[in-house]
Each structure stands twice: as structure tokens, then as C-alpha cells.
Design a binder for this molecule. Structure first.
Ligand code: HOZ
Length: 425
């Protein structure tokens, strides 16, 4: 038995399915999850001492690669001063100021500890602000595991065939209207029918939890216009896309100003930091300024915030996102060329440091098109790549991530592995 297998058996005795988040379980691809002992730059090492080029990046945060020296040093120096005070610190002001400087849609921002907390809080705030209770979300989008949002959700919920979770009371699920991503006409019809009852639209501006689906031209602008017309709050969930697809996130790239934004992943640089923020008039409804309650013992934790600040500082250097986008495009171009050599129907696309791989003839732009991709072939590709030392997300429904530490050598090694993998499919 390998050390990974031993650890997995042991983990399953004390942790449900042996994992602390379903997407780690390898259930849809089969086999044994890798237990990692170390990460450095673009590389991970598992419990058996094998090394992998990592395209998961902790599901997005590791934009600089693993154990980046300035991030590690910021964490070390801050930890020496004490781990948590449950009271204000200067460093959390610095992170809030940085976020507000880089995202002009934010007048005020509150720090929390996870993307789920950020989206749950943003929903409550939108409901408290408008006095309405219905929300609109899109099929295949995942916004964390808050009750209102686990209805036809993406990510692990989709991967494991439970897009609508048990345990969500019907009274809550009934307040969630689910529409097809990229279908503006459906949004307009819904608002014509019941716009007075809808508090908000929450959307991943680039969907990254049903593989990667780009917004069609006009979709995001259309959402902005509908929300304006009906007095609903537009929430961009940028937990995944924030500072990942561009220096100014998806909202900067597409030139849309949401009312509220949720952030996570990159802003914590691998530590538990997330945030929600937006228009002053809405954010001032949050306690203790206003009647919408939200709180957290570890919110704005100084050690975690130090990692986030150091990460954002490193992404702020000129040319950072151009270089990241170029590496990511080199990867997807290389994979597409390798599949072509093997005669496999396959395509790929990328935005900034985020990419999607599809076993299909054309890049999907709807949830249904993603569902039509060849999942069995993905699973075989995943294992062939894993055996060759390439760590992809263990699901056909997750976006992948490239870091600034992925250089030409890592990309070339990945494409060489893919050449061999495609030829076995
Ligand atoms: N939001 C992450 C990517 N879909 C998944 C993180 C998790 O569920 O563990």
C-alpha cells in the first residue's frame, strides 16, 4: 500500500470520505486523493515523495505559486506579534484600502474568512437593503455553501450529482430563482414577472465552477441594466475571478460596476481571507451602522491578512497579469495542439491565470454545452496526466489555474505529458 493509500484509509475512519471538502475526494475521477506534504513554486510533493506540476493552486489562491518567499516572510513576521486579537488592527485597514484602490466599485469593504461567508453576507445585505426576499442565481454557478445558494449549484455540488443540497428547507430554496447562465432574455422575462420581489442577482462574471464559461457579449451589461431598472442589487461573485483574471478583476476587464462584490482566494494568498464590499449606501446597512447583522471572531485575522497583502503587492507590479495570461495561453495552446496531433476532439480557453479544458468540438458557452462534454474521457485524461506528474482538478467541472511560478519549462513538460496522455485516450 502506498503512503497516500494508507493516509486515505486512515482519514476515512475519522473524516467523512476522508476529506474536509468534497472536491478533494477524487470521487468522480476515481482513485486515491494525493496527500500533499510540501509545495514550492509550481510544484507539489505528495506523501509518497512524488512531485507534480500543480494546476489547482489550492483552487485559485496560489497565484504566486506555493511558499512564495515574501508571503511566507509576511506571515512569519506577523505571527510573531500574536495570532489573533478579535479587535481592530492597522493591517486590516491596509488590505481594505488596497482592495478599494484596485476596485473602484468598492466604497466600503468588510473582511471575512471564507468565500461562503462573503456570499452569504452579501445576500443578506441585499435582502436587508431592498426589503425583498427572492434572489436570482444561474445554473452551474457556485457561490459557496450557504442555504440560498445550494440550488442547482456548480463545483462539488455538480460534480457529485447533488446540485441542490438536502437540508435546505423548501421555504428557503423557493426564494432562489435559478436561470440559465448567459440567457439575458430569461432574466428579463423573470424581472418583468416578479421584479418587485427580487432583492438581487448574484453571478460569477466568468463562471469557473462548471468548468470555465465566459459571459456572452452583452450578458453582464444586460444584468446591470435589468437590476437598475428594477431596483435590484447586482452582486458580482469574484471569489474566483478577483485579481485572478486581471489586475482589476472581471469587473475591470468587462467594464461593469456591480453594486456589491464578493472576494476570496487570491486576496488571502492561501490563507483564510475573503471580503464583501460595494456601494456606500448599501454597505452602511451593515451592523453596527445599520440593521443587517454580520460578524466573525477571526474576520480580518492579522496573519491571514498579511499573506493577502503580500500576495496583492506582488501582483501589482507592471506586466504581472500580461505574463500570467501569456503562460496560461501557452498552456492551453499547447494542449489543444497535442490533442489535435492525437485526433482527439478537445478545446480550451483561458482568461488571465484561469483556464478551461473541454472534451468537445467547440468551447461551451452554456451549462447544457458543458454537460455535453465527454466526462469519461476527461477522467481518463486526468489519470494519465496524474501518473505523469501533472496535477489537474479532479473534476471535469472545475476551472484550472496557472501561477506566476509556472515557467516555460513547466508548460513544456505539461504539454509533453499531454501528448502521451491524449495518445492513450
Ligand atoms: N470553490 C472551489 C472551486 N470550485 C472549491 C473549493 C472547495 O469546495 O473546497
Amino acid at each position: 500500500m502506498s503512503r497516500n493509500e494508507e493516509l486515505f484509509a486512515r482519514a476515512q475512519r475519522v473524516i467523512p470520505a476522508g476529506v474536509n471538502s468534497p472536491v478533494r475526494a477524487f470521487r468522480s475521477v476515481g482513485g486515491t486523493p494525493r496527500f500533499f506534504t510540501r509545495g514550492e513554486g509550481a510544484w507539489l510533493w505528495d506523501a509518497d515523495g512524488r512531485r507534480y506540476i500543480d494546476y489547482v493552486g489550492s483552487w485559485g489562491p496560489a497565484i504566486l505559486g506555493h511558499a512564495h518567499p515574501t508571503v511566507v516572510e509576511a506571515v512569519r513576521a506577523t505571527a510573531l506579534q500574536g495570532l489573533s486579537f478579535g479587535a481592530p488592527t492597522e493591517i486590516e485597514i491596509e488590505l481594505a484600502e488596497t482592495l478599494i484602490r484596485r476596485l473602484p466599485s468598492l466604497d466600503l469593504v468588510r473582511l471575512v474568512s471564507s468565500g461562503t461567508e462573503a456570499t452569504m453576507s452579501a445576500l443578506r445585505l441585499a435582502r436587508g437593503h431592498t426589503g425583498r426576499s427572492k434572489i436570482v442565481k444561474f445554473e452551474g454557478c457556485y457561490h459557496g455553501h450557504g442555504d440560498s445558494l445550494l440550488v442547482k449549484a456548480g463545483s462539488g455540488a455538480l460534480t457529485f450529482g447533488q446540485p441542490s443540497s438536502a437540508g435546505v428547507p423548501p421555504a428557503i430554496a423557493n426564494e432562489t430563482i435559478v436561470l440559465p447562465y448567459n440567457d439575458l432574455a430569461a432574466v428579463e422575462r423573470t424581472f418583468e414577472a416578479e421584479g418587485d420581489a427580487i432583492a438581487c442577482v448574484i453571478v460569477e462574471p466568468v463562471a469557473g465552477n462548471m468548468n470555465l464559461v465566459m459571459p456572452k457579449p452583452g450578458f453582464l451589461d444586460g444584468l446591470r441594466a435589468v437590476c437598475d431598472r428594477h431596483g435590484a442589487v447586482l452582486i458580482f461573485d469574484e471569489v474566483m475571478t478577483g485579481f485572478r483574471v486581471d489586475a482589476n478583476s472581471a469587473q475591470g476587464l468587462f467594464g461593469i460596476t456591480p453594486d456589491l462584490t464578493t472576494l476570496g482566494k487570491v486576496i488571502g494568498g492561501g490563507m483564510p481571507v475573503a471580503a464583501f464590499g460595494g456601494k456606500r449606501a448599501i454597505m452602511e446597512k451593515i451592523a453596527p451602522l445599520g440593521p443587517v447583522y454580520q460578524a466573525g471572531t477571526l474576520s480580518g485575522n492579522p496573519v491571514a491578512v498579511a499573506a493577502g497583502l503580500a500576495t496583492l503587492a506582488a501582483t501589482g507590479v507592471p506586466g504581472f497579469y500580461d505574463r500570467l495570461a501569456k503562460s496560461t495561453r501557452a498552456l492551453t495552446d499547447g494542449l489543444v495542439a497535442a490533442a489535435k496531433r492525437a485526433g482527439i476532439p478537445f478545446c480550451a480557453q483561458s482568461l488571465g491565470g484561469m483556464f478551461g479544458l473541454y472534451f468537445a468540438a467547440a468551447v461551451p458557452d452554456t451549462y447544457d454545452a458543458v454537460m455535453a462534454c465527454d466526462r469519461e474521457r476527461f477522467n481518463r485524461f486526468f489519470h494519465a496526466m496524474l501518473d505523469a506528474g501533472i496535477y489537474l482538478a479532479p473534476s471535469a467541472y472545475e476551472a484550472g489555474f496557472v501561477s506566476a511560478a509556472h515557467g516555460e519549462a513547466e508548460i513544456a513538460a505539461t504539454v509533453a505529458a499531454a501528448d502521451a496522455a491524449f495518445s492513450t485516450l
